[in-house]
Design a protein. Structure first.
Lengths: 179, 275, 294
């Protein structure tokens, strides 16, 4: 048996957790948990970025995502890996996700943090998320070309794919050069 | 793949890991079969189960039982001894009187205790006095363990079984464990990450009901035969679910997380107070 | 393979309450290319209320209860049960025969000047939508629609060419339907009348907040006598707002359209007055739609 107790027994609302595994109801994962899933056992330090107008425009141009990116949602590991939380437009609500980028600029993993829609919970499954693993900033990242679509969740799949592309552009423009 | 079925008086949720969906399905079915078998052997609601036959007959004649039933009874006897009598599957008469168990036409069993029970030379069950067993505090966990073994034997690499809060992670699966807040069951607390182990919780907030104007719960102190009425929850992390299931009763009745029995069974007790 | 590795200890499971719509209508009258995913079902209830003609009272309610099903990724079938209620009193202009105003209009079985009201189970419809391209992925989404209606007031075959483009992270939807229909109108004496219709519906809707969209839709309506658009009989313009709320388990849409004006050519029997078209139309038309998966 391996038991890793939590440091504190923090309160979590039931509504926040009920169900992904049980009732397809929704996906809801906190930042800390997402960090531990992508970079297990590593310590992450917040590393906020301030984007210039030109950088924002370039990110939008290359990804088509218009939803503003929040610069404080960037963390870094001691090895120089990046962990970024972002949101894109879902069918009814926002889809929140986390992207882990290795120090070498390739995608380590994507985790879906919030998804509350009628269909398409397959976005949370490893088989869909694994399509992103290993992709670099040069990849085009287009739905139905590089990334398979999910029946009933075309809109969310497209926006997540574009969102990842935008974060990879930001990595190229901003994160890669920072020490 | 994931599957959920009503068994053991609750919903049993099984998730297994296997790249091939067909094999995953086979392993899930093997898991449910094991649980179904435990239910058939040990339910007090089934008059033909081993336990019902023991309750009816074992003080008058020896009763042959399935090896799985014997497994559970032996563990129950060990735990009864190791807990100085706090864990006792022989307290069913009180539960029936309060309406939490079916009240069949049974002769009175005033000295009912699992301590009355032993195995004779050929492995049959004999009781020295009328005894009413209820394995509700251990058989559910045992069923989960058996299901986990069956699923691994059928070829899955790992998975998770949740039988209404009796939870077992096995193989390569790691689970984040959340506990309900006893004061407000709408709130959860993150307890930690578990791999190849079990978690069970005893709390009064589910089975609490009114009886003759007095609140009773399904947790009973065998020494005083009085129900527990505080609002704490008692959880155990242990290597096997049968242990976790049974030890939550010990933790709840003793309200003491530092008893030696916990470390003896490699168990981690967690007591939550209402916040 | 598990979706999210997370368990709640001491939790009796909630029964799985799954899934919601996707054949989701964010407009009142325009059909979009948001279809049911393969193998999914939805119940949809529409209630339309047409209110007010030339004078007196005119209330026409139409209920349509539908079951929608996604046959595959791009084909949706639906079956409807249609009901209606009409309540009219001297809603048409005065004539020599009825100097205080005539009771008439769609749903009124015979002309008169008494109050007329009737509730009907009208009949049923079968509908198919075939999506040729998806506006979420392609610049322009294109779809074809066909619907057969059999009823005691009319039999109808309706087709639509559906066009849709999405903008601004798919928050802004521009949609158009070009509708062609042929109708066999049924009169109480057993006579029938051949009619045909062309409508152009244009609309825009914007996601103003999570779960909410609001927009505007316009209808250019044209009626003809004969099955082959033989004689142009009337036209009318309508415009009005819509609002739509959707969650994962249900959605609701409300819309209103107002008749800007219209014109009739023949027959001039009270179906037109004051620059507006009556018949089955009114000054104000309202629709509420509710969708729920099952």
């Amino acid at each position: 048996m391996q038991w890793k107790p939590a440091a504190t027994l923090m309160l979590v609302p039931v509504a926040a957790l009920m169900a992904p595994a049980l009732a397809h109801a929704k996906i809801n994962v906190g930042v800390e948990e997402a960090q531990q899933r992508i970079f297990p056992g590593q310590k992450l330090t917040q590393n906020a970025v301030a984007l210039t107008e030109a950088q924002r425009e370039r990110m939008q141009e290359l990804s088509s995502v218009r939803e503003p990116f929040r610069g404080e949602r960037v963390w870094r590991t001691a090895n120089g890996d990046w962990f970024i939380v972002d949101e894109v437009v879902g069918k009814h609500e926002m889809v929140k996700y986390a992207l882990g980028i290795n120090a070498d600029g390739t995608i380590k993993q994507i985790e879906i943090m919030a998804y509350v829609e009628s269909y398409g919970y397959e976005v949370g499954e490893a088989s869909w998320r694994n399509q992103f693993v290993g992709k670099s900033g040069n990849a085009t990242l287009k739905l139905n070309k590089d990334i398979k679509n999910i029946s009933g969740a075309t809109l969310s799949c497209k926006h997540l794919t574009d969102g990842v592309k935008r974060l990879m552009v930001m990595h190229d423009l901003v994160l890669k050069g920072s020490k | 793949m994931k599957s959920c079925r009503p068994l053991l008086g609750t919903y049993v949720d099984i998730r297994v890991h296997h790249a091939d969906a067909n094999i995953a399905l086979v392993t899930v079915n093997a898991g449910f079969e094991a649980i179904f078998r435990v239910q058939q052997l040990m339910s007090v609601f089934d008059p033909n189960s081993d336990i019902s036959r023991i309750n009816r007959l074992a003080h008058r004649q020896s009763v042959p039982v399935d090896p799985w039933t014997r497994d559970v009874l032996e563990l129950a006897l060990d735990l009864h001894a190791a807990s100085d009598g706090l864990f006792d599957c022989g307290i069913a008469p009180q539960l029936a009187a309060w309406g939490l168990l079916p009240d069949e036409q049974h002769e009175p069993a005033p000295a009912s205790s699992i301590a009355n029970l032993h195995f004779n030379d050929v492995g049959h069950v004999v009781c020295i006095a009328p005894t009413r067993l209820d394995l509700g505090g251990i058989a559910k966990g045992y069923a989960v363990d058996r299901a986990a073994e069956a699923i691994l034997a059928a070829g899955a690499t790992g998975g998770v079984i949740n039988a209404g809060g009796d939870l077992r992670a096995f193989g390569d699966a790691e689970e984040a464990i959340y506990l309900r807040d006893p004061g407000n069951p709408e709130q959860l607390r993150f307890a930690g990450h578990l791999r190849d182990g079990a978690c069970a919780t005893s709390a009064t907030y589910y089975s609490r009901r009114k009886h003759s104007g007095r609140e009773v719960s399904a947790l009973i102190n065998p020494r005083t035969r009085q129900p527990l009425a505080n609002r704490r929850s008692y959880s155990i992390i242990a290597p096997r679910c049968a242990l976790a299931d049974a030890l939550t009763k010990v933790l709840a009745l003793s309200d003491n997380a530092s008893l030696a029995i916990f470390s003896r069974y490699d168990a981690h007790p967690i007591i939550l107070d209402q916040s | 393979m598990s979706r999210i590795n997370k368990s709640i200890c001491a939790l009796a499971l909630a029964a799985a309450f799954s899934q919601a719509q996707a054949g989701e209508g964010s407009f009142g009258w325009i059909y979009t290319l948001d279809l049911q995913p393969k193998g999914t079902w939805e119940f949809e209830q529409k209630l339309q209320y047409n209110k007010g003609q030339a004078g007196g009272n005119y209330d026409f309610w139409q209920g349509r209860s539908a079951i929608e099903y996604g046959v595959n990724e791009n084909l949706q079938l639906a079956g409807y049960l249609n009901t209606s209620y009409v309540n009219a009193y001297r809603n048409y202009p005065a004539t020599t025969e009825f100097p205080s105003g005539e009771t008439g209009g769609w749903g009124v079985a015979y002309p008169g000047d008494d109050k007329y009201s009737k509730w009907r189970v009208e009949g049923g419809s079968l509908e198919a939508i075939w999506r040729l391209s998806n506006p979420v992925i392609d610049p322009v989404g294109v779809g074809l629609y066909g619907e057969v209606t059999l009823g005691n007031m009319k039999d109808e075959f309706e087709t639509r060419l559906m066009l849709q483009s999405n903008f601004l992270d798919d928050k802004l939807i521009l949609a158009a339907n070009i509708v062609g229909a042929i109708e066999k109108v049924k009169f109480v004496d057993g006579e029938t009348g051949p009619e045909s219709m062309i409508d152009i519906l244009l609309g825009a809707s914007y996601r103003v907040a999570n779960n909410w969209t609001a927009g505007l839709e316009y209808r250019f309506h044209n009626d003809f006598y004969g099955y082959k658009f033989d004689t142009y009989t009337q036209r009318a313009h309508f415009i009005g707002p819509n609002v739509h709320y959707a969650t994962k388990d249900w959605w609701v849409t409300g819309a209103w359209r107002y008749q800007l004006g219209g014109k009739c050519w023949a027959p001039n029997d009270g179906e037109c007055s004051g620059g507006m078209v009556w018949d089955s139309h009114s000054k104000n038309e309202f629709i509420v739609k509710l969708g729920m998966p099952f």
